[in-house]
Design a protein around this ligand. Structure first.
Ligand code: IMP
Ligand code: MG
Length: 178
């Protein structure tokens, strides 16, 4: 395999930050029922760890999107590949995203879900690359800001690999290594 990994955020740092995020979220929603919507597949692991720290009033659903066109450009199109099962009308919805890069995915999902009239709609993202932002993306709860590098692990993939790593690493391609 020609890629190399460089550790960026340890498993312990991730788990500790999720503890803090869960406390903040639990405090904000108090005893309200909360519907977590995980954006597949990258946020699966994060959503799994987060939801188990949120007490009892938590429902889970998933949505999967596909983006066409050049993802790094402003002209990308986001479509639904797998829609939610649950009706979100009048519910408190918390979107769970692995990483916000250009912001295109998050902007589209928020626009789409808000047309279904949730009672409230917020986002928790584990990672954000502010330098890569091309679209306005609202993130109410954020784990870590990272530089504009390609990362894998903890749900994030490169060609479907590395999702199962318990830590986040920068993926160095042969070009970075020369
Ligand atoms: P955005 O629409 O440009 O914000 O991209 C968001 C999606 O692109 C994320 O949900 C990830 O699936 C993917 N993505 C963006 N940056 C990375 C990365 O560094 N590693 C792995 N996937 C990424
Ligand atoms: Mg994703």
């Amino acid at each position: 395999m020609s890629e190399q990994l460089q550790l960026l955020i340890t498993a312990e740092q991730i788990q500790q930050r999720i503890d803090e995020l869960a406390r903040e979220i639990a405090r904000d929603y108090e005893d309200k029922e909360l519907l977590l919507v995980a954006i597949l597949k990258g946020s699966l692991i994060f959503a799994g760890d987060l939801c188990r720290r949120l007490g009892h009033n938590v429902l889970l659903d998933v949505i999967q999107l596909s983006s066409y066109g050049d993802r790094g450009s402003s002209s990308g199109v986001v479509q639904i590949k797998k829609d939610l099962d649950l009706n979100i009308e009048d519910r408190h919805v918390l979107l769970v995203e692995d990483i916000v890069d250009s912001g295109l995915t998050l902007m589209h999902v928020r626009e789409l879900l808000s047309t279904r009239h949730p009672r409230s709609l917020r986002t928790v993202a584990l990672l954000s690359k502010p330098e890569a932002r091309l679209h306005h993306a609202v993130i109410e709860y954020l784990g870590f800001e990272i530089p504009n590098v390609f990362v894998v692990g903890y749900g994030l993939d490169y060609a479907e690999r590395y999702r199962n790593l318990p830590y986040i690493a920068v993926l160095l391609t042969p070009r970075d290594l020369v």
